[in-house]
Design a protein around this ligand. Structure first.
Ligand code: 3HC
Length: 677
């Protein structure tokens, strides 16, 4: 070991048992110095005749949580991971992994070369590499089928979900459950008892189970895995384990791992892993800023958004007061919440008594005064500035000092809303995405006067209720909807020029989006934001709305729908488009799929560049997080700003210019340097 090596692995002895301890906070990732430390100490323990068995355990919050992802793509340093693992597996003395917290990825692969595994009941074991666009590249796909069988190995690797220790014990992945507070001692005792048995190298065990399980998994998850490479590569490796000798299987796994590692999908997924964690950080704010207490939440509006927002808090045991203007609307709103919870209970997500206790946390009211004791009040009424200002003016008089006043507006000026109170420092936007109890994104909109602790509390509250919160500045539509606008405008123009809604949507779905612009419009409601004057027809959308084609809810929008909401192309919509085309004097032409990409996706990058220039997003990766978690941008493309780097900012800028767009200065700058964001 060199002098500069951090002391991240140490060894102690308990009689004839050597205990090798990893300590590399925060998650004991297998950084180069950990690999070096493991090599050094295992070599020492193996050479020591007084040592008859070895325990590997970790200090801190967790067992090894995987390879050090921040080392990926950098020049290799320290010993090769597979070589270290092979040495441990070949040890002539029994080796026991003592697991607490999470044994993930390379962490579980390390545990798999140990001859035995002991874990506390709260531990979780898994191979989540697939979520990073990868596969377990240190023997995981070859050793797991030898320990848990083909079906479980295929499931664990392709879905990436960790298994709780008690289940892992049933599966044979864990040999013994230790006491929650006595892992170190229990593991030593277990190791001592194995001295007589000797080592049990996993590679020498037989693969078992039915290979048909692999095809069944593929069929079951076809929709979920659309566009993804990694789940299939994981399954190919597990399948290889069923027919190749161990070392050949390992070579196959290595080859597949390298393919994924060099590809753009994994780069994108790793980008999002860090982007998601980065988004929680607020530039310029001390990390330890004192947060305000949020023990009781008020919601104004029991519509779809209000009810959905409230469900997030109830699920975390936080009592909510919900206010509506009419009893009927209140009853209807609470009825929907109950129905949603009952449906989840029927699927086994909640126990019936949990539903009752969550419903019991609600205080319904028809009076804003009922919000006087709430720490956080979220207004979720319809988008009308005057209505919002009136509500905030009243809240100013009702809410207790220090209460946070948030608007769920998706477009409106949060500064103007804040100005209707005498405490603009307490006001900000908390923009949830529909369905608010499901979608993970929360845009936290920071007004000019929003106090730092109010912002930090809103971000922390978002995390607490399971959201990925992103800070946005005040501008029309904030980050997500602002970038959506140019896409929708251009999509409509393309219809006039000759594309069909189905063609535009198909390009987006093939790109990996869950749906295209017109499918989204039909789902959300074509009439959202419509001026509601059937005689004022200035766009194709106005014409659709005037005819009552408001989308799926009316079984007619940009598409026709049958009773089961199956869409079909609409001859009437084609007529409306044709009428408009003639009125506008536009000649119909063939539109290529590439042109649709250039005119609907590239302008989003351009808008994103403007958002960055104006400081409305803290960083490009925050914009990516917004699009991944709020709009279903395919994670394997890393979000619009990351994708711009893959696509080529120079190519994007040139195409935008060709189509007559004004290119954002920041995009021009990146294009000139051929750089990403
Ligand atoms: N490498 C490098 N850094 C990591 C890391 C890893 N494997 N896992 C977590 N971190 C970092 C995070 O970026 C974060 O850093 P920050 O504080 O600077 O933002 C910090 O550790 C704490 O992470 P979380 O905020 O996620 O902490 P939680 O307590 O919420 O979660 C966890 C802990 C469950 C371990 C979670 O971090 C996690 O899921 N990590 C990734 C696990 C994983 O994917 N492992 C497989 C890696 S690939 C691999 O092993 C390849 C091999 O097969 C060859």
């Amino acid at each position: 070991m060199s002098d500069e090596t951090p002391n991240s692995v140490t060894m102690q002895k308990d009689g004839e048992v050597a205990v090798i301890i990893v300590n590399n906070p925060p998650v004991n990732a297998l950084s180069w110095h950990v690999r070096e430390g493991l090599k050094t100490h295992f070599e020492a323990a193996l050479a020591d005749d007084g040592v008859k068995a070895i325990v590997l355990r970790c200090d801190g919050a967790t067992f090894i949580a995987g390879a050090d992802i921040s080392e990926f793509g950098k020049p290799p340093r320290g010993p090769d991971f597979n070589a270290v693992l092979n040495m441990i597996e070949a040890a002539a003395k029994p080796v026991v992994a003592a697991i607490h917290g999470t044994a993930l990825g390379g962490g579980l692969e390390t545990a798999l070369v140990c001859h035995y595994r002991v874990a506390v009941p709260s531990a979780k074991l898994g191979v989540p590499e697939v979520k990073l666009g990868l596969l377990p590249g240190a023997g995981g796909t070859q050793r797991l089928p030898r320990v848990v069988g083909v079906e479980a190995a295929a499931t664990m690797t392709s879905l990436g979900d960790p298994v709780p220790a008690p289940k892992a014990k049933e599966m044979g992945l864990v040999d013994e459950l230790a006491g929650e507070d006595s892992l170190a001692a229990d593991a030593i005792a277990f190791a001592r008892a194995r001295i007589a048995d000797g080592p049990r190298p996993t590679r020498e065990r037989e693969v078992f189970g039915d290979v048909a399980a692999i095809e069944q998994l593929k069929a079951k998850n076809a929709k979920r895995w659309r566009g993804f490479e990694a789940p299939y590569a994981n399954l190919a490796c597990v399948e290889a384990a069923t027919r190749l000798p161990f070392d050949e299987g390992l070579a196959f796994e290595r080859q597949e791992f390298m393919k994924l590692m060099m590809g753009s999908q994994s780069a994108a997924q790793r980008h999002i892993f860090f982007a998601e964690r980065q988004a929680a950080k607020i530039d310029g704010l001390p990390k330890d800023i004192k947060l305000r207490d949020v023990k009781k939440v008020g919601i104004i509006g029991a519509g779809t958004m209000g009810g959905g927002i409230m469900m997030n808090f109830l699920q975390k045991g936080i009592p909510c007061t919900i206010v509506e203007m009419q009893q009927e609307a209140l009853d209807r709103g609470l009825g929907v919440v109950r129905k949603n919870y009952d449906a989840s209970a029927a699927k086994g997500r909640f126990k019936p008594e949990q539903v009752e206790s969550m419903m019991g946390l609600i205080t319904p009211s028809l009076e804003l005064e009922a919000l006087a004791d709430c720490d956080l009040i979220i207004e979720a009424v319809y988008e009308n500035m005057d209505v919002k200002k009136e509500i905030f003016g009243k809240l100013d008089k009702i809410a207790k000092p220090g209460a946070i006043l948030a608007s769920n507006t998706s477009y409106l000026d949060v500064n103007e809303i804040a100005a209707s109170t005498s405490r603009p420092g307490d006001v900000l936007g908390m923009h949830f995405f529909s369905p608010a109890n499901v979608m993970k994104l929360l845009e936290v909109v920071r007004g000019d006067k929003t106090a730092d602790d109010v912002l930090a509390t809103a971000m922390a509250t978002g995390k607490k209720i399971g959201k990925v919160a992103v800070v946005a500045g005040v501008c029309h539509g904030f980050i997500g909807n602002r970038m959506l606008a140019p896409r929708q405008i251009e999509a409509q123009k393309l219809l006039l020029e000759g594309a069909t809604p189905a063609q535009v949507d198909k390009v987006h779905v093939d790109f990996g989006m869950p749906m295209g612009p017109f499918q989204m419009s039909d789902l959300a409601g074509v009439d959202i934001g419509w001026h509601r004057d059937p005689n004022r027809i200035e766009s194709i959308r106005d014409a659709l709305c005037a005819e009552g084609r408001w989308g799926q809810k009316k079984q007619a929008g940009f598409y026709d729908y049958d009773d089961k909401r199956n869409p079909s192309e609409s001859p009437r919509v084609a007529e409306i488009i044709e009428e408009f085309r003639q009125k506008a004097g536009v000649e119909k032409r063939e539109i290529s799929d590439q042109e649709i990409v250039e005119r609907t996706l590239y302008p989003m990058v351009n808008e994103g560049a403007l958002i960055l220039e104006e400081g409305k997003a803290q960083r490009a990766s925050d914009i990516d997080v917004v699009w991944i978690y709020g709009y279903g941008w395919p994670v394997y493309r890393g979000g619009p700003m990351f994708w711009a780097g893959l696509e080529g900012t120079d190519k994007i800028a040139a195409a935008l210019e060709k189509h007559g767009f004004e290119v954002a200065p920041l995009l021009k700058e990146k294009a000139a340097a051929k750089a990403g964001f």
